[in-house]
Design a protein around this ligand. Structure first.
Ligand SMILES: [Ca+2]
Length: 358
């Protein structure tokens, strides 16, 4: 027999259902399911940065909201289309992309020309068709729009110069409120820098990403947004060889693992090496797997002129940043292999069919 329910009882039902939905949503997010970390990925079109991008795209814990190609190791206006083609072939072409400026905020520090030239054929794995997938948006607008429209605070990952991020912060200071943290692969504190490896006239203490645009780095460090710095001290000590480590990435013959493997092997062979660090990849792992780094809060400053320009130094009244001074190397490698070997991503690589010697 149908009995009419009183409005009060109905309201109680509605309230109970609402409470259950809210609690379920809360516990779902707290448990890690459905709580992907939203990130903006900002690299300079470098080989290790592109491997780091493939890692981020494949990692189920991360949600890449936008990709920026900034000033640094390649020509942003060339690399942006290589990255867009890569996104198409890995099924991620809906992610918005933008190219950064072709020069730093200040000065004229630059990578050697032969590095930039190598980027024109995508570090030796060319075969990518040039495809204009997205309309050209300027990097600062995309950064600002992505951060402001994100429901959850963004983790901003930089493995190139800090030029684009500094420009976005200049354009709209309000974005700071919705940035959870900035993770930077850069700097060398108690470790030799890598600028001098190619630029013999340079001092031996600077690292490329900071040295390329010292003014931008200084502005970002002073932004008061929480900063997690992964310097060469930790990221540079993980050596990846072409057979035992990287050779395992395409175990399941998936697109991402195979491309990551090819980029590293080609890059090593160009340099005549059999093994080498993947700084940007190690830094990207620290976002998804918080256990790989031990962080210390250190007050730092960037030397902005003189013979040690670009060097990061410890200074009592500088900017407080969390520095990854140690990395669990075994855990990093274990994590990278697990992400790239995920069977559900197993798809045959149909392109590019380039002979690869391992
Ligand atoms: Ca890079």
């Amino acid at each position: 027999m149908y009995t009419r329910r009183s409005p009060i009882i109905t309201l109680i039902y509605v309230f109970l259902i609402f409470t259950v939905v809210v609690l379920l949503d809360y516990s779902f997010n707290r448990s890690g399911f459905g709580s992907k970390t939203p990130i903006i990925f900002d690299d300079d079109g470098s080989p290790d940065g592109t491997i780091a991008l493939l890692y981020c795209l494949t990692n189920p814990k991360l949600d890449v909201k936008a990709i920026i190609v900034s000033y640094g190791e390649s020509y942003p206006n060339v690399s942006i289309n290589k990255i867009r083609s890569l996104l198409l072939f890995t099924g991620h072409n809906r992610i918005p992309t933008a190219e950064g400026s072709q020069s730093p905020l200040f000065g004229n520090n630059t990578f050697p020309e032969h590095y930039k030239t190598l980027s024109r054929d995508f570090w030796g794995i060319d075969g990518l068709p040039t495809i204009e997938l997205n309309p050209n948006t300027d990097a600062t607008s995309l950064i600002v729009e992505t951060i402001k429209s994100s429901k959850r605070p963004i983790t901003y990952f930089v493995s190139g110069s800090l030029t684009s991020l500094a420009q976005a912060l200049r354009k709209d200071d309000e974005i700071k409120k919705n940035i959870e943290k900035i993770v930077i692969m850069g700097g060398a504190l108690n470790f030799p820098g890598n600028v001098a490896m190619e630029n013999k006239s340079s001092q031996p203490v600077a690292e490329w990403n900071i040295w390329l645009d010292v003014a931008a780095a200084d502005e970002v460090f002073r932004s008061s947004v929480p900063i997690f710095l992964i310097p060469l001290d930790s990221s540079g000590q993980i050596v990846w060889n072409s057979k035992l480590d990287i050779g395992k990435l395409n175990k399941n013959k998936n697109i991402e693992g195979t491309l990551a493997q090819r980029i590293h092997v080609r890059n090593l062979s160009i340099k005549g090496l059999r093994s080498g660090p993947l700084w940007d990849l190690a830094a990207a792992v620290s976002i998804a797997n918080k256990g790989v780094c031990s962080f210390k809060n250190i007050s730092i400053d960037v030397i902005k002129k003189g013979p040690e320009v670009g060097r990061i130094v410890i200074l009592a009244n500088g900017s407080i940043v969390s520095v990854c001074d140690k990395m669990n190397y075994d855990l990093v490698k274990e994590d990278v292999l697990a992400v790239f070997q995920r069977t559900e991503f197993s798809r045959e690589l149909i392109w590019p069919q380039i002979p690869l010697k391992l």
